[in-house]
Design a protein around this ligand. Structure first.
Ligand SMILES: Nc1ncnc2c1ncn2[C@@H]1O[C@H](COP(=O)(O)OP(=O)(O)OP(=O)(O)O)[C@@H](O)[C@H]1O
Ligand SMILES: [Mg+2]
Length: 317
């Protein structure tokens, strides 16, 4: 596999502050115990051009991600699209270290660290944040306490925790920025929240914790049009935000979505399409618009569909 082909300049990191603080996923293969090997269409063998590019022999079964390569620098927004079951949430879970998923080959690095060797807590401390497709309720624990614990564990040294007063002041500012009522963060985490409120609460957590890289898994699903705007505005504000404690670019965002609609509000720098565990195309936001018109079949069958920029020039999808 030709991995060293330079990325075209137009698809390189766009943020001048991006520097080396980029999440680098290289040729990632992931299996899950008990996952059946998906049947191949018509029993035909896997496309030779895709399989021949792999560095590793095919897995026995249960392989979900089949060689994902992606680079998300701070300050960039990458949209990840793809059909149901293509592996988007699996990638999100693997990034945060879910124990169910087994990385069989490939690498994930961030800030000069081998992310795969770190515990989920250490990953969060390094600045990785995952907003879940299905957020959990934590009855009896107020948002304020939950977030302050998370904040102190991820953003502060053990001997320098933020005071409750300072933290509530910060939460107020964030809630105001996102157009949320203060009552929101006084309630128990997600308890009794409507679907849309849970999604907003994920963005609120993102705003409070100021991670370096945020993975937002279908944060736009189930939102009414006003809530979608609030969430999108929130993401845009965070995107342009400079850290309050030290100057840095806004977070890098991996926005997993099924709908082009949110991309009208949060304009991504890049759009990637994941099909059957592989990124089969990458481009700018026009790719999402074309997908909406033509469907995913187009991307796998059309010779003019944009290729993934980190793959060799000879690769066509
Ligand atoms: N823990 C698991 N056990 C068994 N199979 C799994 C597990 N997690 C994921 N899979 C399988 O892996 C495939 C990819 O699932 P994943 O949730 O990553 O898809 P997705 O792209 O996020 O889909 P959607 O758009 O519906 O959210 C699916 O076939 C799913 O059933
Ligand atoms: Mg999913």
């Amino acid at each position: 596999m030709k991995q060293d082909t330079p990325t075209p300049p137009s698809l390189r990191a766009t943020s001048p502050q991006a520097g080396e603080d980029a999440l680098n996923i290289k040729n990632l293969h992931v299996s899950v115990e008990g996952a059946p090997t998906p049947p191949r269409a018509g029993g035909a063998p896997t496309t030779p051009s895709l399989d021949s590019a792999r560095d590793t022999p095919p897995q026995a079964g249960g392989e979900i991600l089949k060689g994902v390569t992606l680079r998300v620098a701070q300050g960039e927004v990458h949209a990840l699209m793809g059909p149901n079951g293509s592996g988007k949430s699996t990638l999100a879970h693997v990034l945060l270290g879910h124990p169910r998923y087994k990385v069989t080959s490939g690498s994930i690095t961030f800030k000069d660290q081998n992310v795969l060797s770190l515990t989920p807590e250490a990953r969060a401390k390094l600045g990785l944040f995952l907003s879940f497709q299905y957020p959990m309720e934590v009855p009896g624990v107020s948002f304020t306490n939950f977030l302050r614990t998370a904040y102190n564990n991820t953003r502060r040294e053990k001997d320098d925790p933020i005071s409750a007063v300072d933290f509530v002041k910060m939460l107020r500012e964030k809630a105001e920025m996102l157009g949320l009522k203060e009552e929101f963060f006084r309630r128990p985490v997600n308890e009794g929240f409507s679907g849309g409120e849970k999604k907003r609460s994920e963005i609120f957590q993102l705003a409070a914790l100021e991670p370096s890289i945020a993975i937002l898994d279908e944060t736009d699903s189930g939102l009414d049009i006003d809530a979608l705007r609030i969430v999108a505005d929130g993401i845009n504000k965070l995107r342009g935000q400079r850290g309050l404690e030290s100057p840095r670019s806004g977070p890098g965002i991996l926005l997993i979505t099924h709908y082009q609609r949110i991309l009208n509000y949060v304009q991504p720098d890049f759009v990637h399409v994941l099909v059957d565990g592989k990124i089969v195309a990458s481009g700018d936001r026009r790719l999402a618009i074309t997908l909406e018109e033509k469907g995913y079949g187009w991307v796998t069958s059309s010779p003019v569909a944009p290729r993934h920029p980190l793959l060799g020039e000879e690769r066509r999808f």
